[in-house]
Design a protein around this ligand. Structure first.
Ligand code: DGJ
Length: 735
């Protein structure tokens, strides 16, 4: 066999090894410490040999070969199997050809090296169907230093006749081990990204959304699979991925008769057949993948650093502390309500004031959620001097100014709905069009609607040069899809084209307003994915601001997203969603584990509370560089039985760290939390200081100097017994 090696490394090496008479090629896709190995052969499917820690040397010849035992080579795990032949499982691709045939057979054509648009190193494996004029380009964009690989595919119809594409996955990963534990993130409104783990058994487990919008409220297009044992933070082999797509998705985990787990990820094929005309191509979104030989935490840190560089807008910036008007005023405000809030915000040291819903609509005033959406003119009875007055008032107080919009939606009670019924996603056939939160969805497959949404954004920005932040909300999902714009035979393109329309709008908005901060919101955390995130600076993690729930929600978020991207606000107690009463310190300490903000009526705080707020906002600003740009170590999961939760952040140079611990229940008088630190410099000594401490210190060592080695091996005892006790420690290197 003649084996040719292609290493897709920083310096690509092409090496020919003469082993025998056939023409096998080994393609290695390397990151700093991981490696994917694919093997190609002329006119044969590309085989997926390995993904894991980088293997030293080139000892991967035939004995490295893996296939389903007792089966033909054609049954070996493939890179991108199409439906047909002995592919009995969910394939990566399924199409109906122009002649009605359901069968495809993708074989190796060529391998190319190029640069992705963002500069990533790209390997493209070109596959072609043995009979039909179909080409599939499987792409791997390699982010070497982050150990992240983005996989995607493009199907090109090279013939003249139309094909129907039923399924086209972003990635197909065949793994083999004794057992598999799947972590994923389910939930509902105000209860997003609850971590769940299950051992996979034979058959299929599907994680999906069919909702089109608010796709990440009930589940998320992210997974972590640990081999042979439940997921651990600092040990065990873990494979994880998150799909960069803001529409319907499907992640399928199918465990076959050989014990091989195929993970097939991508756009949800449900009701989404695409008619692909001759000469046209169809691209999938990117599945972002990372592997760790030593637990989940490393993968999270990979994604946090990758996200800061590639996945978020302005990922290297420190996010400002925000006061948002929603829970403090809801729809009930006038100019004075808002300027009073701004006065207090400025006194507190807050940096940005955000005017939420309720500021627009005249004929159909937005005094509740049943009117006004679509009519983006300022409500002149509430705000007679307009947005420009409010924004310049904010600036005069040293605050930045932000404003809320929901430009994809329309209330039936609006001028827009009356003027443009043809812009509204309906039910078709004269069927009633159901509202959700009293609103309909605008049809972003229609370029005129895209223009309207872009114009809405531009017009709002033009209301004042002092607007520096937009909160972009989306408060319903999609039912009964019928697009008045799409042709009859292409209604099933809706799900795909809606998301592409949204991205086209985002592209235009970002090109026109590169500096504005944009918050991604969809009834809270209903659209948290790296497809949308790259246009946004942050997301609103949940409409649930109860700190105990936020520990769970933000824990789930932190698996793939850096914490500074999560809007995390101190709100009133009792909490408006849950009624839970918690101390202000606990609410602050939890909110400081993300992008700190406040969302309450400041005048309801006592003088003592206001002083505390000033102290904590100042403290957060000091800690912010470490929280926003450091390495996050999850120490105790809020799901652990112990009723504690703890995490810490360490600056990249290991000179500073911030530690947070929370008590979520009563522990009895004799129990205490013993915790060991991570990520510190073992050789260095750190002075420990309790931040915004309670009346009685909970850590004896506050004020002491201890070595990083001691803190990581022996750790500290923390005296937190009552529910909602919490502690924040700042560690600063002294030598
Ligand atoms: C849902 C968002 O998540 C809230 O923060 C708030 O902006 C409301 N919409 C306003 O309608």
């Amino acid at each position: 066999m003649k084996l040719k090696l292609i290493t897709a490394g920083a310096a690509a090496i092409f090496l020919a090894v003469a082993l025998s008479a056939s023409a096998k090629e080994v393609i290695k896709i390397n990151t700093a410490s991981t490696q994917m190995v694919l093997v190609t052969d002329k006119d044969a499917p590309v085989q997926f040999y390995y993904w894991g820690e980088k293997i030293a040397g080139d000892g991967f010849a035939d004995r490295f070969y893996k296939k389903r035992p007792d089966s033909a080579e054609s049954c070996a795990p493939q890179l991108y199997p199409a439906y047909g032949g002995s592919m009995f499982l969910t394939p990566a691709m399924r199409v109906t050809g122009p002649d009605g045939s359901l069968v495809s057979e993708l074989v190796f054509d060529s391998c190319l090296q190029e640069s992705a648009p963002d500069g990533a190193r790209r390997t493209v494996i070109v596959l072609k169907d043995k009979v039909q004029p179909i080409e599939v380009r499987v792409r791997f964009d390699v982010y070497e230093q982050y150990d992240v690989i983005a996989q995607s595919a493009e199907l090109v119809n090279k013939g003249r006749k139309t094909l129907t594409v039923h399924e086209l996955a972003s990635s197909f990963l065949p793994l083999h081990s004794g057992s598999y534990y799947l972590s994923h993130f389910g939930g509902t409104w105000a209860h997003e990204r609850q971590w769940e783990e299950e051992r996979l058994t034979r058959g299929s487990k599907i994680i999906e959304s069919k909702k089109g919008v608010r796709t990440t409220q009930a589940d998320s297009p992210s997974f972590a699979v640990s081999l042979d044992a439940p997921l651990q933070e600092y040990s065990g082999q873990v494979y994880a991925g998150t799909l960069a797509w803001s529409g319907n998705y499907r992640l399928s985990f199918q465990l076959d008769e050989y014990g091989i787990l195929d993970i097939v990820s991508g756009i949800n094929p449900f009701a989404s057949d695409i008619r692909l005309d001759g000469g046209k191509s169809l691209e999938t979104p990117r599945m972002l993948l990372s592997y760790s030989p030593d637990g989940m935490n490393r993968i999270s840190r990979n994604f946090h650093d990758w996200g800061r560089r590639y996945g978020l807008a302005h990922g290297d910036a420190l996010r400002p502390v925000v006061l948002n008007s929603w829970e403090g005023a809801y729809f009930n405000f006038d100019e004075k309500t808002l300027t009073d809030m701004m006065d207090r915000a400025a006194e507190f040291g807050i940096e940005m004031f955000v005017l939420d819903d309720g500021w627009f609509g005249n004929e159909f005033p937005r005094n509740g959620d049943n009117a006004g959406l679509g009519d983006w003119q300022v409500n002149s009875s509430k705000l007679p001097r307009g947005i420009s007055y409010l924004a310049s008032y904010a600036v005069s107080k040293g605050l930045k100014f932000g404003i809320w919009i929901e430009p994809e939606m329309v209330n039936p009670n609006s001028n827009l709905a009356h003027a443009h019924p043809d812009w509204i996603v309906g039910s078709g056939n004269g069927r009633e069009n159901p509202t959700m939160r009293n609103q309909w969805l605008l049809d972003l497959t229609n370029p005129k609607v895209q223009d309207f949404v872009v114009k809405t954004f531009n017009d709002v920005m033009a209301m004042s040069p002092d607007i520096s932040y937009i909160k972009w909300d989306a408060n319903r999902h999609v039912e009964n899809i019928y697009s008045p714009y799409l042709p009859k035979d292409r209604q099933s393109h809706f799900w795909y084209e809606y998301t592409r329309g949204l991205y086209s709008v985002y592209d235009r908005v970002r090109a026109a307003h590169p500096d504005v901060q944009i918050q991604l919101c969809s009834s809270g955390g209903g659209r948290v994915d790296y497809g949308a995130m790259k246009y946004h600076d942050e997301y609103w993690a949940s409409d649930n601001t109860n700190p105990v729930d936020r520990l769970l929600i933000q824990y789930g978020d932190s698996f793939f997203f850096p914490v500074e991207a999560a809007g995390s606000h101190v709100s009133a107690s009792p909490n408006h969603q849950t009624g839970l009463i918690t101390p202000l310190k606990f609410r602050f300490d939890v909110a400081m584990t993300g992008r700190l903000g406040m969302e309450l009526q400041p005048s309801n705080l006592s003088a003592e509370e206001q002083d505390y707020v000033k102290k904590m906002v100042a403290a957060y600003k000091e800690l912010r560089p470490v929280i926003h740009h450091g390495d996050q170590y999850r120490l105790i999961s809020p799901y652990d039985d112990g009723g504690y939760s703890a995490e810490m952040f360490v600056s990249k140079d290991r000179c500073e760290a911030v530690f947070f611990a929370f008590s979520m229940k009563y522990h009895g008088r004799t129990e205490y939390l013993e915790t060991r630190f991570r990520g510190l410099d073992p050789e260095a000594s750190y002075i420990i200081e309790e931040v915004g401490g309670p009346k009685r210190p909970v850590v004896r060592e506050s004020g002491s100097v201890l070595s990083g080695d001691y803190l990581m091996k022996a750790g500290l005892n923390i005296n937190m017994v009552r529910p909602f006790d919490s502690v924040v420690l700042r560690l600063v290197k002294v030598n």
